[in-house]
Design a protein around this ligand. Structure first.
Ligand SMILES: Cc1cc2nc3c(=O)[nH]c(=O)nc-3n(C[C@H](O)[C@H](O)[C@H](O)COP(=O)(O)OP(=O)(O)OC[C@H]3O[C@@H](n4cnc5c(N)ncnc54)[C@H](O)[C@@H]3O)c2cc1C
Length: 381
């Protein structure tokens, strides 16, 4: 693998860096898990979009720049290094959009993608149900045929930012007679403000109110909002999860920037005689770099036309454990008071604790790694 960037990527880096230097808000925006922060982040998305930095890898017709994966990763590095705000539109741009590129009609792409890119419509992921998390195929929320579309009923839960989002995407049981649980499911999009939808916020560990459960009672979804063929929802959903666990949710730029901030802090307040803590800071730097190199390896494979498949589970276990270790190191460096503050490290530390759970728990990822990558026998379920 040649790690020298192409001249185009270097020029792109310079252009992105200059734009970010002139536009990233000087004070951090309020948390995007609050109503006020959500609105402020939506404005930031519009700002990014106005100069075509919101979705750089998308085709130009949808608001992107059509750049290759190398330039996308370079942009991500610059974005996070500049201290730019977290992406409130991440469920849409990282999860639904790749699914639409792979499975939607041209009409659906033209209708859905531009307003997603601009932040005008912010999407929530409505997959989990109270009894269906890891075993997602056991889900019971239904979509029943009606004239011109489908009627949704059931309950979804743990939907990130759904309290403030506009629309959601999820899978629903359309054929209860199908012989296997992952058959007879359909992938569709719906309006969170449609009649029959009740959105009830769930308080998070940090008290922020954006998380929600959704109650659906005869919610009408027109045929045009079904993605792919009815009954094919599982296959389509599996292409979404590869993106969720793989590159897009935790691009290496985020960890490189965080490890850099940690090093800066250690230089300011660290005690070199505390070798145990110094070693953990060094581990954080090495981990960020290792993840970066692993990602460039995957990027080379993508560029050669390969796909990521079950290997996205390796990424997921790595970044979720790394995130916790990095934040715990930062808090130990700052001392016990850091845990009490709603500060730069405390809020992301609390969120990092959820990393081994969301996007598919790490126990499930380890099963996938064992069975599909290592070829070990299936465990007892
Ligand atoms: C911060 C956060 C954000 C989230 N955002 C969203 C969202 O936006 N949209 C959405 O749809 N969902 C979301 N989720 C839900 C998340 O996807 C589920 O919590 C997750 O898939 C686990 O499902 P569960 O909570 O039902 O736990 P369970 O599936 O009940 O698992 C409980 C425990 O049992 C273990 N376990 C279960 N089955 C097995 C097995 N076969 N082998 C070994 N161990 C097993 C699990 O690993 C876990 O430790 C979010 C969750 C969190 C924490």
């Amino acid at each position: 693998m040649d790690l020298t960037h192409t001249p185009q990527a270097q020029a792109f880096r310079a252009e992105a860096r200059a734009w970010l230097a002139g536009h990233v808000p000087t004070a951090p925006l309020p948390s995007l898990e609050t109503a006020e922060g959500f609105a402020a982040h939506r404005e930031w998305e519009a700002r990014l979009h106005a100069d075509r930095w919101a979705v750089v890898s998308w085709p130009e017709e949808y608001g992107g720049r059509g750049v290759d994966i190398e330039r996308w990763l370079v942009f991500e590095e610059e974005y996070w290094a500049a201290g730019a705000p977290g992406r409130v539109s991440q469920n849409g741009i990282n999860l639904l959009a790749p699914t639409l590129f792979d499975h939607a009609t041209a009409e659906q792409r033209a209708r859905v993608l531009p307003s997603m890119a601009s932040g005008e419509v912010i999407w929530a992921q409505a997959w989990s149900e109270p009894e269906s998390g890891s075993d997602l195929a056991s889900l019971t929320s239904r979509a029943v045929r009606t004239e011109g579309g489908w009627l949704l009923s059931g309950q979804k839960t743990w939907s990130s930012r759904a309290a403030f989002a506009d629309r959601a995407f999820g899978i629903f049981r359309t054929d209860p007679q199908a012989p296997k649980p992952h058959q007879g499911l359909t992938y569709l999009m719906f309006d969170l403000r449609a009649p029959g939808v009740t959105v009830r916020p769930i308080g998070r560990l940090d008290g922020k109110p954006a998380f929600a459960e959704l109650f659906l009672d005869g919610v009408f979804v027109p045929d045009e909002d079904v993605i792919g063929e009815p009954g094919q929802g599982w296959r389509i959903a599996m292409s979404t999860t590869g993106n969720e666990r793989g590159l897009t949710l935790r691009s290496p730029g985020r960890f490189l920037a965080a490890a850099d901030r940690l090093l800066g802090m250690w230089r300011e307040v660290g005690d070199p005689a505390d070798t145990a803590l110094s070693d953990r800071v060094a581990d954080a730097l090495v981990g960020a770099r290792a993840y970066e190199l692993f990602t460039w390896g995957n990027a080379s494979r993508f560029a050669a036309g390969e796909t990521i498949g079950a290997e996205s589970s390796l990424n997921k276990v790595f970044w979720s454990r790394y995130d916790i270790a990095l934040h715990e190191t930062a808090l130990d460096l700052l001392g016990a008071d850091a845990e009490l503050a709603d500060g730069a490290w405390a809020e992301p530390w609390l969120f990092s604790l959820a990393g081994p759970i969301y996007a598919g728990t790490n126990e499930i990822q380890r099963d996938i790694i064992a069975e599909r990558l290592l070829g070990l026998p299936k465990g007892r379920r």
